[in-house]
Write a protein that binds this ligand. Structure first.
Ligand code: HEC
Length: 157
């Protein structure tokens, strides 16, 4: 901190400026939709990031590690309920995205599909805790099916 800021007051002002920027960015409506789209794509990217190593373990590309499966599956379970927040009305456009308009006309079903992922991810956490690779494989398949079900219905190709 000593090198970055000459005084504590400068440090506080600098941090305040950092925080103020994104708040200014969401103040305007078109930017707000763009921010929201970015948020949801970030959440979905987290899902892809965390499921990938589990898939690689099941394919034998990297060694099976039940502790790592538990960690990644826990993250899937935590991110799943964040998906729906990223799809408020008015965010079909505003930035490039692949969300189909049917999401907003079938919001209850979309929410149910996000809840299915959350439930399946909890199942994967439980399977990881048994340490049994076969059970992890089955639970991972169930998680993958929930991703696919939502993509087939609501993600444009
Ligand atoms: C409730 C519906 C739903 C579920 C469940 C879901 N997705 Fe998606 N996913 C979408 C939609 C809709 C998009 C397109 C969003 C957009 O472009 O704004 C998407 C996009 C993505 C993307 C691309 C993100 C980007 O940067 O554009 C990845 C990666 C992804 N999903 C992975 C997954 C994985 C892995 C799972 C399961 C663990 C999953 N998704 C479960 C609806 C879902």
């Amino acid at each position: 901190m000593k090198h970055l800021f000459r005084s504590p007051r400068t440090a506080v002002l600098a941090v305040a400026a950092l925080v103020a920027l994104p708040i200014a960015a969401v103040a305007q409506a078109p930017d707000k939709a763009a921010q929201t789209i970015k948020y949801r794509q970030a959440a979905l990217t987290l899902l892809g990031w965390n499921i990938t190593p589990i898939g690689a373990m099941m394919k034998g590309e990297i060694p099976f590690d039940a502790k790592k499966v538990e960690l990644h599956a826990t993250r899937l379970q935590q991110v799943a309920p964040m998906i729906v927040e990223g799809f408020p009305p008015g965010t079909q456009t505003g930035a490039p995205n692949k969300a189909k308009p049917e999401i907003w006309s079938n919001m209850d079903d979309f929410k149910a599909k996000a809840a299915d992922l959350e439930k399946a991810s909890a199942g994967l956490v439980a399977a990881a805790r048994t340490g049994d690779q076969k059970q992890v494989g089955q639970a991972l398949g169930a998680v993958g099916n929930t991703c696919k079900a939502c993509h087939d219905a609501y993600r444009a190709k």
